[in-house]
Write a protein that binds this ligand. Sequence first.
Ligand code: BG6
Length: 509
Amino acid sequence: MTKTESQMLIIFGASGDLTARKLVPALFRLFKENQLPEKFVVLGVSRSYMSDEDFRKKVVSESSYLKDSIDTDSDLINDFSKKFFYEDVGTQYDTDYKHLEERITTLNAKHGTDGNYIFYLSTPPSLYEAIAKNLYGQQLNRSRGGGFKRLIVEKPFGYDLESAKQLNSGLQRYFKESQIYRIDHYLGKETVQNLLVTRFANSIFEPLWNRNYIHHVEITNAESVGVEKRGGYYDKSGALRDMFQNHLLQIVSLIVMEPPISAKAEDIRNEKVKALKSLRIMTDVDTLHKNTIRAQYVSSSIEGEKVKGYREEEGVNPESTTETYAAIKFFVDNWRWKDVPFYVRTAKRMPTKVTEVVIHFKSPHHQIFQDSGMFNKDNKLVIRIQPDEGILIKFGVKVPGQGFKVERANLDFYYSSLVENHVMQAYERLLLDAMQGDATLYARADEVEAAWEFVDPILDYWKKSDAKVYGYSAGVWGPENADELIEGFGMWRNPGQNLADDPGFCVIC
Ligand code: BG6
């Protein structure tokens, strides 16, 4: 096990929802699993006044996100909460951090954290550069006295290519790229990391992983919820910015990439950048028109309950054209993938919550069993990111009896069968990696920019053209014309709640 050095985690935006909802529960699980260093403290920083005790209550001992543990592990919770401290920066983040620096120095001396600091920016991105500048102003970016200094930033990394470049160069003015960790929580998911292992730790998949054997690749990311309380943010973002530019293109890069020369962070990230740069950028209106679909959910009734349409959600402009559904078809311009279409869709208010990758293989080039019913039933490799995590291979078997009737059978593996292992949740894994200085699962500046380069023209086209915004009833698989993107096989695979469910099966939850 890699040793985690003594350190301090300084969270900016500590009074916000993400800290209590994601970061602190992840830290608690690490604490419970004995994965935190013995000398470890958390300093919460934000604009509102709170004492250390108030902060401990808010994010630990009275947090609804730790409710179960508070009831069952009260002693552990108590020990854990003693690691938390709080400091406010006054009324704004863009200010002199002298006081903050003094508090950090005092805590460091008292708790022996060896000058190792991670600054976690859980604030709106518009504040990132100012915070980095003010940390720099106190030389908190420098490895003085030997301790490491790292900066973790949350998405969104920019609003488009231009702003992403500005953000990257703004941060790089004060911190080196090697100190900057851009978190994408999908990379923290075991099943996303398993894409690398499936491809590169086996000899049975990689020889087939190319245009000679793969007919097309399909990725579905569906959520059953709507925009919930985030209408204000979402309306300025939309599905393409919120999910596609980051999480889904990260998944795409892992499918598309060439084998890295080693599992080192830079070797893997170099290949991912190359993969993203090989996506064919769509520029002309006709191509964009044929290969992109956007839509919005409209009100409907699910299990007898009326569900609001997107435009009726709180914080959303009643005339909004922001997409809650995006489906994109694209190609990858390289040797391996020439002419293989990729179909990727993401949406809110779908029939179920599911993320999966489906590799559709070509039919055997010489059909022996012509009347078998096998024709056009392609082999599929389904990689289930969530829920019911696992892998399924669909292949043909002979139906017992006379002749050669072929049926499709499933060969499946479920993560849940690995019961003895503690499966780390995304934030838990990513925080531990950053604490150990492993940036493999974090996005590099050039990766982020390459992803924007692909997405920008689509956003531009949707904004400036009269590209239609279709409607779909909340609770269905998107607009009726969504299948028009997929030629030949003709339709999306609409996955059910469980890995082995046949397409079309669904539970509305
Ligand atoms: C976030 C998006 O990054 O990912 C949300 O901003 C989305 O809109 C969420 O709901 C989905 O994450 P997960 O892990 O639940 O699939």
